[in-house]
Design a protein around this ligand. Structure first.
Ligand code: PRX
Length: 656
């Protein structure tokens, strides 16, 4: 980490906003002044860009911290804002989704009028199945237009969706369905990934069945299934429904009803520092306000002319805010791609950009680094001249990747915004404003207008320019999480206890302020890893590992990785009896696959080291810092607090 920081400190390149871009930009420098002069008034003005069935008279209620309420006496319908109002404004023929399936030639354009109609029909189907406001709907789908329709239909009837990434295993799906008490699951037979059918419905069946003695799942009454891949799926007549049997037949008359601004919109599970994922809860009015605002000023969306492409899966928060809610609230046209970047060929993304004339690309540093590795010759085969703005999200972007992105993808002219935020923040918090901010490769730079952040020491004291510390958010913001589903105590403990006195939100990220006061993010300071921009908990993977019969103890660390940012590295102690019967290589392979099965392929460790002991303090706490040194091939740091100081040399020898 320290060499990384030194490297960042030497980064002095600056890029001023191109004049042509600035002349047409939605953002202006005045936004900062307006927000500074009257923060709540500023957010109220942004909220008024939405359609309110009942206008709000209150802006922020922070009388019961950390439970905020925004625009609480106002009423709106989130789906109406993303759909009907564009149709009513005469834009029904505008394309909402330019959908591209993974198999070549499989594409479909869906207009705002068509998407609105589909959502109305689906809303009627869900109402017919007895879904009521506040009920939970689990969504486990590939990247197809029906997935977006499912989220919006849930929002339309005041239900709460919980999207579960299609790469998660049956076990992960089960625990999330159970925790939320979902009444309906919406899924597909499968989706296409890496040139193959990746089945989804069979995982739903497994998740709902009696597994590992847990008993059959009880809350789910119906499973609605889109036929996408045509693979054979198990079927239960009393529970399962084909989408094509019920949605096209349903009435397309459905008038969107108003719901209070604080009506829950969705739960999204994310990894924390314990083994149990947290159900992050977001509500309606404040969330949609900040999603739409940031998409307008940071992504600079011009709905009449832009073709926006956010490459995130809807299973992550980026897919919620910048695929479904932000761009659709703004009436934008966007690309939705089902597959992986390298299928059927490594230039697939660039081909899609050329085909649709994508103007704004929003993606993750991991993707950029993998393209960098493949070389510039691949993107150079395509016409990328339509791109006018590039965005990055999910992890720190190193200056080399930033420069490559600018030169090779952005034709040396498109501004780059590095946007910092979290599942918990709901929308962007720190980012340059294109056309306004002079950009710096590697820095997320400045809080957005209306957002107040700082970098502080352990006591909550501002560190001052030139110094590093912890990132905090000082004032409530509209799209902030409203809690952890079913666990208000954990919500307080995780985010608010550390700086209780100051009332700051603790993000869990290390950061540094440069001489201009700009923010440079340095990664997580807790036991959360960031692998390819996906959040994983060390503890969750450790619990999965010790759940295997062969494992006596396990410790997991996130080690730096050139492509994925961090990689999962596991150190495991194997039970004696297994050591005799199996080779270490065989065991390592089995355990990698096991974690993939228990959590999902994204959590599969890059390396599994079989060791005889783990480094522990006298109180029994595993010293992950030392294991990280080993995993990254560094000299092992200070071992004086270890109960047995010799243990690290033994481990280092075993790992080599
Ligand atoms: O560590 C930060 C990193 O990703 C974490 C949030 O992960 P998640 O909730 O999955 O949301 C990711 C997409 C919004 C943060 O705590 N992170 C996200 N964006 C950046 C970042 N780190 C550095 N720079 C960023 N731009």
């Amino acid at each position: 980490m320290s060499s990384q920081i030194d490297h960042l400190l030497n980064e002095t390149r600056r890029f001023s906003p191109p004049e042509e871009f600035a002349a047409q930009a939605n953002a202006t420098a005045e936004l900062y002044d307006q927000a500074r002069a009257d923060r709540e008034g500023f957010w109220a003005e942004q909220a008024r860009a939405l359609h309110w069935h009942t206008p709000f008279t209150q802006v922020l209620d922070w009388s019961n911290p950390p439970f905020a309420q925004w625009f609480a006496d106002g009423e709106l319908n989130v789906a109406y804002n993303c759909l009907d109002r564009h149709v009513e404004a005469g834009n029904g023929d505008r394309v909402a989704l330019l959908w591209e399936g993974e198999p070549d030639g499989d594409s479909r354009a869906v207009t705002y009028a068509e998407l609105t109609e589909e959502v109305k029909r689906l809303a009627n189907v869900l109402l017919g199945l007895g879904v009521e406001p506040g009920d939970r709907i689990a969504i486990y789908m590939p990247m197809i237009p029906e997935a977006i329709a499912a989220m919006l239909a849930s929002a339309r009837i005041g239900a709460i969706h919980s999207v579960i990434f299609g790469g998660f295993s049956a076990d992960s799906l089960r625990s999330r369905i159970d925790d939320a008490g979902a009444k309906i699951v919406i899924t597909a037979d499968g989706g296409y990934r890496k040139g193959r059918v990746s089945p989804l419905k069979p995982a739903v069946d497994m998740a709902l069945a009696d597994r590992n003695g847990s008993g059959p799942q009880e809350s789910v009454e119906h499973v609605l299934v889109v036929k996408r891949t045509g693979n054979e799926v198990p079927w239960r007549e009393d529970r399962d429904l084909w989408w094509h049997d019920v949605v096209p037949q349903a009435s397309a008359d459905h008038e969107a009803q108003p719901f209070p601004a604080e009506n829950p919109l969705f739960i999204l599970y994310t990894s924390g520092t314990t083994g149990k994922p947290k159900g992050i809860l977001h509500t309606s009015g404040g969330y949609l306000t900040q999603a739409a605002f940031t998409n307008r000023v940071a992504h600079d969306i011009h709905p009449e002319t832009d073709v926006f492409w956010c490459t995130a899966d809807i299973g992550w928060v980026t897919g919620h805010t910048y695929v479904t809610y932000g761009p659709l609230a703004n009436g934008a046209t966007q690309v939705l791609y089902e597959g992986t970047p390298d299928t059927p060929h490594p230039g697939r993304w660039w081909e899609i950009i050329e085909k649709y004339g994508v103007t704004i690309l929003y993606t993750a540093p991991t993707a950029i680094r993998s393209f960098m590795k493949l070389g510039r010759a691949i993107p150079k085969q395509f016409d990328l001249s339509s791109l006018r703005l590039l965005g990055s999200v999910g992890e720190p972007i190193n200056p080399e990747a930033w420069m490559w992105y600018r030169k090779i993808i952005g034709g040396k002219t498109a501004p780059i915004i590095d946007t910092w935020w979290q599942t918990e923040t709901g929308a962007m918090m720190v980012s340059a404003l294109p056309g306004v901010t002079e950009t710096k490769p590697g820095s997320a730079q400045v809080p957005l207008p209306g957002i107040s952040v700082d970098v502080v020491d352990d006591d909550g004291v501002h560190v001052g320019n030139g110094n590093g510390g912890l990132l905090v958010i000082k004032e409530p913001w509209p799209s902030m999480l409203r809690g952890i589903w079913g666990d208000p105590e954990r919500f307080k403990e995780t985010y608010w206890e550390k700086f209780e006195k100051q009332g700051f939100y603790f993000a869990g990220d290390g950061a540094r302020l440069d001489d201009d006061g700009d923010v440079w993010f340095l990664g997580r300071v807790d036991d959360v890893m960031n692998v390819s921009g996906h959040r994983l908990s060390t503890t969750e993977i450790e619990s999965a590992l010790v759940g295997n019969d062969a494992v006596a103890e396990a410790a997991v660390v996130g080690a730096s990785d050139e492509t994925t940012g961090q990689a999962v590295v596991a150190f495991v102690i194997i039970k004696e009896s297994y050591l005799h019967e199996h080779s270490p290589e065989g065991l390592a392979g089995t355990l990698r696959a096991w974690v993939g099965e228990m959590i999902g392929p994204i959590a599969r460790p890059r390396d599994v080291y079989i060791v005889g002991e783990l480094p522990k303090t006298r109180s029994g706490k595993i010293m992950r810092r030392l294991l990280r040194d080993v995993a990254e091939g560094r000299e092992v740091g200070d071992t004086t607090t270890l109960a047995d100081t010799a243990v690290m040399s033994v481990i280092s020898a075993q790992v080599k």
